[in-house]
Design a protein around this ligand. Structure first.
Ligand SMILES: NC(=O)c1ccc[n+]([C@@H]2O[C@H](COP(=O)([O-])OP(=O)(O)OC[C@H]3O[C@@H](n4cnc5c(N)ncnc54)[C@H](O)[C@@H]3O)[C@@H](O)[C@H]2O)c1
Ligand SMILES: [Fe+2]
Length: 387
């Protein structure tokens, strides 16, 4: 067996309604001043209303920083860090989608009283040092898996993003509360759910760090996500389906945190960078086309995943037939979920495809994990197929 290492968030609480107990969970960790990092949509929808009253009862001072925006830029991270320092926060809670959770991770690190590093010092893999504040994550989308990954993604320029990857960013506790996701709009449910599916698929075919634990998690993640996506999108108030989606996204996060994602994500990033297409939709738009490109190298693994994606509708047959079943099913997902299927329908101008292909090549951190090598010409051909 190939050697591997595996790390994840230490504790997971998977229970509808559990975010009402956040204050207790902070108290148990000895914290008396807590910063919640969130976005304006979360406060507007009243998603914190169930959690906040408990803080006063528990005698824990709490402040909410709700200025995170999607694909958070550096300035937002620095503002949140400043807020945590002023509060002398002893614990940080990320409460929201991947954007809020990613900012919370960086705040926990950079607002620690002994921190001597700046945000610019820690971009890249393994550059963060020292300690961080205790960190709890409460996802309100079932997608990024950020609650169990050692990664935070920051927008650094007009069109560029950088990642901070460090074991220090792995949170202490993930709280999965389906009640928070009952009102997630269908389009966001679909895009974030497909993002989680991509995490599972890319972890399962990850070239360098594929490992038996990630495989196990990726398979169960894909089964759960596929079985519940349709219900979560079309009948959002189904609590069971919502809890299953949260767990599926978490398991996919555990898988790809240890067997990293690859070309689907590499080709998705320029879509977010240039056109502000949400992360999940960017992935959904290129997914079937990257998998068709990868098939010559990954067909046996895709064939293994096909029955998990299709469930009772799986027909089976040769490796090529099973692989085609998987890809065709994924290609039909966008339309079934009410998302655009083609780049042209998502507002991407055709003359930008060469620029996007050249930008995708910058994502070597991800491309090295792809089962098949991707050249710039290949990336352009994939974008053209997706157009
Ligand atoms: N750290 C990681 O491992 C990792 C992995 C993948 C993506 N990411 C990053 O995560 C970000 C994307 O995260 P995301 O897709 O979760 O979206 P998001 O956090 O950007 O949120 C998108 C929108 O959904 C709204 N929303 C969230 N929860 C809601 C709810 N329950 N009800 C109603 N509205 C709700 C928010 O207010 C926001 O407007 C990107 O910055 C991406 O780069 C990080
Ligand atoms: Fe993703």
């Amino acid at each position: 067996m190939q050697a591997f290492s595996f790390a994840s968030t230490a504790q997971i609480l998977c229970e509808a309604g559990s975010s009402a107990r956040l204050a207790e969970l902070c108290r148990e960790r000895g914290a008396s001043r807590v910063l919640i990092v969130s976005d304006p949509g979360i406060t507007r929808f009243g998603l914190l209303d169930g959690a906040l009253p408990g803080f006063a009862r528990a005698g824990v001072t709490v402040e909410v920083f709700d200025q995170v925006i999607a694909d958070p830029p550096e300035a937002i991270v620095l503002n949140a860090v400043e807020r945590a320092r002023l509060l002398e926060a002893e614990l940080v809670i990320g409460f929201g989608g991947g954007s809020s959770m990613d900012v919370a991770k960086l705040v926990a690190l950079l607002a620690h009283p002994n921190c001597a590093q700046t945000l610019k010092d820690i971009y890249g893999v393994g550059n963060a040092r020292g300690q961080r504040l205790p960190l709890l994550q409460v996802p309100t989308t079932a997608g990024t898996g950020s609650e169990v990954t050692p990664i935070a993604i920051v927008t650094t320029g007009e069109t560029s993003k950088l990642g901070v990857v460090s074991p220090l960013l792995l949170p202490d506790l993930a709280v999965l509360d389906a009640d928070l996701t009952l009102g997630l709009p269908p389009a966001v449910t679909a895009a974030t759910g497909i993002d989680a599916m991509v995490h599972a698929i890319e972890a399962y075919t990850s070239k360098l760090k594929k490992n038996p634990l990630s495989d196990l998690l990726a398979r169960e993640a894909l089964r759960l996500l596929a079985a519940n996506l349709h219900e979560a999108v079309h009948n959002g108030s189904n609590r069971e389906a919502r809890q299953a989606m949260l767990l599926g996204a978490l398991l996919a996060g555990q898988a790809f945190a240890n067997a990293p994602v690859a070309a689907v994500h590499a080709l998705a990033y320029p879509l977010g960078g240039h056109f502000h297409i949400p992360h999940g939709l960017s992935n959904a738009l290129v997914l079937p086309h990257v998998l068709r490109f990868n098939a010559p190298a990954a067909a046996p693994l895709y064939a293994e995943l096909a029955p998990l994606l299709l469930g009772e509708r799986f027909k089976g047959g040769s490796i090529e037939q099973c692989c085609a079943e998987l890809i065709n099913e994924l290609a039909a997902l966008n339309e079934r979920c009410g998302l655009p299927s083609r780049l042209r329908d998502a507002g991407v101008p055709q003359d930008m495809l060469p620029r996007m292909a050249s930008d995708a090549m910058l994502q070597q951190r991800l491309l090295v994990n792809n089962p098949r090598e991707v050249s710039e010409a290949d990336a352009l051909a994939i974008y053209q197929a997706a157009y």
